[in-house]
Design a protein around this ligand. Structure first.
Ligand SMILES: *Cc1c(COP(=O)(O)O)cnc(C)c1O
Length: 435
């Protein structure tokens, strides 16, 4: 439960900030309780306004793969800040960052930096529409590509109908430019393409889904998207905002060996500051202004402080290659969670890949959005609140990914596994079962 200072701050915040927060999930609505206000972070540990410490498994929703306040990243950002926080003009460091991005993800032949993932996704979709001269976009139910109008869309009735708005304020006409299909269902994509193929500009997808909780692509699924888009002259956009520099230095595309036409990056690429990127095939990206007719701009795009933090983060990731250790530790932790849950009779499905995972409170496999929605948010809420008391900060919603950073050491994770076991004991068990 949130401490006194957090509760007082939340009361004050609610009078001036919408819902007391600047991004909805921070309000703890889906887990219950009053949100915890954070004061500082160091390594794997967050400290709240009441001085309580948490081992952080949310990590600002993914950017902090090197943990909070990594010394070298701070120093690089501080050096940049001292030289001036923004120029609104070209700088050397943004060239270097773009070169590093392309060296990591060679499919990004030409790159544009932006300030948020939403902006980069919105722009990637715009350039895809311009390149193909088509309007329709295909996305998967449960995938998130920022709060872009035409991407805040739910499936209409039946897999091959056009979409309906998933947010108030999205014009129906916009939603009707989007087709929403089930993740991991190549047949649904084939059906949609046989009906709308000539009108589809692009398929946009999280190559490993993380915004309905972690859901892995089944073998052959992404390959089938590559084939069907190529066949119909549509583009394939990988939204690697979470997976880029997270699951491998080269993103999931370096693991699955599929070359998307466009890629979107965010989160880790900015080293904890507001920075994102999109890029891809030179012949497509050439359409973006000032080379071409697709307008896209930003006062703080390629901001020198964010670029410096991003560059230093990528340099450290390249040098330290934390990925094998991260995956090993996450594998051990998730195995312990499964064991503990089985021991206390709480049904869970733990999906995990590399350093990200989700504990779904369901005994069914979770392979797409409908199965993800079978997870019990009430149980997750009880689990989350128990973990808060134990000093572990998980994402405050069931359908999100938990993350590890390179600062989560085996001893921390051992203690966390025991705390997770105790938290699982406090989740209401399905009736008729006792432990
Ligand atoms: C976080 C996220 C975004 C949006 O990025 P913001 O910087 O929050 O605008 C887009 N796509 C995916 C896959 C994300 O996880």
């Amino acid at each position: 439960m949130a401490g006194m200072r957090s509760r007082r701050l939340f009361a004050r915040a609610q009078k001036i900030l919408v819902g007391g927060v600047n991004s909805p999930v921070r309000a703890f609505k889906s887990v219950g309780g009053s949100p915890v206000f954070m004061r500082s972070g160091a390594g794997a540990v967050l400290t709240d306004e009441d001085g309580k410490r948490y081992l952080d498994f949310c990590l600002s929703w993914g950017p902090l793969i090197l943990g909070h306040a990594r010394r070298e990243v701070l120093a690089a950002a501080e050096r940049a800040l001292r030289r001036g926080s923004t120029f609104g003009a070209a700088t050397a460091a943004e060239v270097e960052l773009a070169e590093r991005i392309r060296a990591a993800l060679p499919s990004m032949e030409l790159v544009r930096l932006t300030s948020s993932g939403t902006e980069a996704d919105m722009s990637a979709v715009r350039v895809a529409r311009a390149f193909t001269g088509r309007d329709l976009i295909v996305k998967c139910a449960g995938c998130y590509h920022g709060h872009v109008d035409s991407l805040l869309v739910a499936a209409g009735s039946g897999a091959t109908t056009l979409g309906v708005p998933d947010s108030a304020g999205v014009p129906r006409a916009w939603a009707r430019t989007t087709i929403t299909l089930p993740y991991n269902d190549p047949k649904a994509f084939e059906a949609a393409f046989s009906r709308w193929g000539k009108r589809i500009a692009a398929v946009i997808i999280e190559p490993v889904a993380a915004n309905m909780g972690v859901v892995l692509p089944k073998s052959g699924f992404l390959e089938s998207l590559r084939r069907v888009t190529t066949k119909h002259g549509s583009l394939l956009i990988f939204d690697e905002v979470i997976t880029g520099f997270r699951l491998a230095y080269g993103g999931w595309q370096s693991v699955c060996k599929i070359k998307p036409d466009l890629t979107v990056l965010g989160k880790i690429v900015g080293g904890g500051l507001p920075l994102a990127a999109y890029g891809g095939r030179r012949d497509i990206m050439r359409l973006v202004a000032p080379l071409g007719p697709v307008y896209q701009a930003g006062t703080l795009s390629g901001n020198p402080v964010a670029v410096a933090a991003g560059l230093e983060t990528l340099r450290l990731l390249k040098e330290e290659n934390p990925y094998p250790a991260l995956a090993r530790r996450a594998g051990e932790l998730t195995a312990r969670i499964r064991q503990e849950a089985a021991a206390v009779g709480v049904p869970v499905t733990v999906n995990s890949v590399g350093s990200m995972f989700t504990v779904f409170f369901t005994d069914h496999p979770v392979t797409e959005y409908t199965s993800a929605l079978q997870a019990d948010a009430g149980s997750y809420g009880a689990f989350f609140r128990a973990l808060l008391e134990e000093g572990a900060y998980f994402p405050p919603a069931q359908w999100e990914a938990a993350f590890l950073s390179s600062c989560h050491k085996p001893a921390d994770l051992d203690a966390a596994a025991r705390a997770l076991g105790r938290a699982l004991r406090r989740v209401p068990r399905p009736s008729g079962r006792r432990s």
